[in-house]
Design a protein around this ligand. Structure first.
Ligand code: PLP
Length: 453
């Protein structure tokens, strides 16, 4: 029974990003049993509107037969074969070509892994290998941003800028440094956004000058920082980063794990912001989360050096280019194309959801800002709308609001004092109305708890 399942889970399952003791004390986990479209269902039969698309990944919605059938057919044809030692499979070959087709010009080579973390680890190795081949072995250090999230392996946690994660495991590793994120809401201090974007980029340049460009290997950033709180940079930021990386001979890595596959209303966030990257990290939306798969897109200039001069690259995962995952990714991309989900996100449902949230939360006493791009966004919670003063508690209010959402059967995530959303790209207008209604209800309840309403 579902009751037994929950007991077994509580007894044996160590959950990621979870306080094990606290979870057990509150009686274990909520059991999710089904998913269809933008909805999931729990063991009590509650239908829950998933405005987070799982972990920012279920871009085509739950329960798509096209994806299930592609996986099923591939398992019967060839359930597994590796891509090591000069072998390949049909799905791996076709997906490589498809990714080269849909990613920006200059990306023609792909290396497969299973998760965003592994893909970023792969990039760390490739970058250092590249600079060694170029006769610049001192170029070792990676620069990234506070609040950046790049995964949970030792190297990808080090790339990330989350101090709570660094505490466990004695991280970051040497050779990983962090700079200020382009977060206008919290950091601009009344500065005009475009000027603030240039300032945040200048912090990257100053860090390069401080370290010496001859010691800096690469800069990594998410086009929009997702897990750090949906931080949308001013338009001036990325063009400046392009210039800085070019001028100082530093490789640029766009971590597209959340922003890729239509989330921002463009195939990739790099296209929205004009990022001229040497690497792109892809995961999540590549299969809409149906099976694990990630990919490193390697830009032409790096690929040429690795191919021509690199010799054997001693790196790979048993499941690099897994045929079932690649078959599902191809079916997923076919759905995104045939249902026009990228354009629909940019021109229709993205702006519609934003307008509905603005309408529902207009003048709300604890809402300081609503921002979004395509179908990713954040609602900032403040004590004072004019001064942007926060409530005491260092992020507790975001969790209070999230818990109200959860009880109201809509999933939004609490990140510090904000509620963030990233629903499936198949979201209907009616479902967008419902997200806005339930977000308002939950924020009203939060405001009442805080004695503001
Ligand atoms: N990069 C970004 C931008 C992410 O958001 C994530 C996961 O949320 C990762 C990397 C890590 O991906 P994974 O959890 O698949 O290892």
């Amino acid at each position: 029974s579902n009751h037994d399942l929950k007991k077994l889970d509580d007894a044996h399952h160590l959950h990621p990003f979870t306080d094990f003791k606290e979870l057990s004390a509150q009686g274990g986990s909520r059991l999710i049993t089904r998913g269809e479209g933008c909805w999931i269902e729990d063991d009590s039969g509650n239908r829950i509107l998933d405005a987070m698309a799982g972990l920012w990944c279920v871009n085509v919605g739950y329960g798509r037969k096209e994806l299930a059938e592609a996986g099923y057919r591939q398992m019967l044809d060839l359930s597994f074969y590796n891509t090591f030692f000069k072998t390949t499979t049909g799905p791996a070959a076709l997906l490589s070509a498809k990714l080269a087709e849909i990613t920006p010009a200059g990306f023609n080579k792909v290396f497969f892994a299973n998760s965003g973390s592994e893909a970023n680890d792969t990039i760390v190795r490739m970058v250092r290998h590249y600079w060694n081949l170029k006769g610049k072995p001192s170029k070792k250090t990676f620069i990234s941003r506070t609040h950046g999230y790049h995964g949970t392996t030792m190297a990808s946690t080090s790339l990330g800028g989350m101090s709570v994660m660094h505490g466990q495991g004695d991280l970051p590793l040497p050779g990983f440094v962090h700079v200020m994120p382009p977060y206008p809401f919290d950091l601009a201090n009344g500065m005009e956004p475009e000027a603030f974007g240039r300032l945040a980029a200048r912090m990257v340049e100053e860090k390069i000058l401080e370290l010496g460009a001859e010691n800096v290997a690469a800069f990594i950033g998410e086009p929009i920082q997702g897990a750090g709180g949906v931080i949308i940079p001013p338009d001036s930021y990325w063009p400046e980063i392009n210039r800085i990386c070019r001028e100082h001979d530093i490789l640029l890595i766009a971590d597209e794990v959340i922003c890729g596959f239509g989330r921002l209303g463009h195939w990739f966030g790099s296209q929205r912001f004009g990022i001229e990257a040497d690497f792109m990290t892809l995961a999540k939306g590549i299969t809409s989360g149906y099976v694990p798969l990630s990919a490193v897109m390697v830009g032409d200039r790096v690929a040429e050096t690795l191919i021509e001069e690199g010799g054997e690259f001693y790196h790979g995962f048993t499941y690099s280019g897994h045929p079932v995952a690649c078959a599902v990714a191809l079916a997923n991309i076919a759905v995104i194309e045939s249902e026009n989900l990228v354009e629909r996100t940019r021109t229709d449902i993205g702006p519609y959801l934003r307008a509905k949230l603005e309408e529902a939360l207009d003048g709300h006493p604890i809402v300081g800002e609503i921002r979004s791009e395509g179908l990713i966004g954040a609602i900032e919670i403040v004590k004072d709308r004019k001064t942007r003063e926060r409530f005491p508690g260092g992020g507790k209010v975001g969790l209070m609001a999230r818990d109200h959402c959860f009880r109201n059967n809509v999933i939004l995530r609490g990140i510090r004092d904000s509620l963030v959303f990233s629903p499936p790209l198949t979201l209907s207008h009616g479902e967008a109305d419902e997200i806005a209604r339930l977000a308002k209800l939950s924020l009203d309840q939060t405001a009442r708890d805080l004695g503001v309403l």
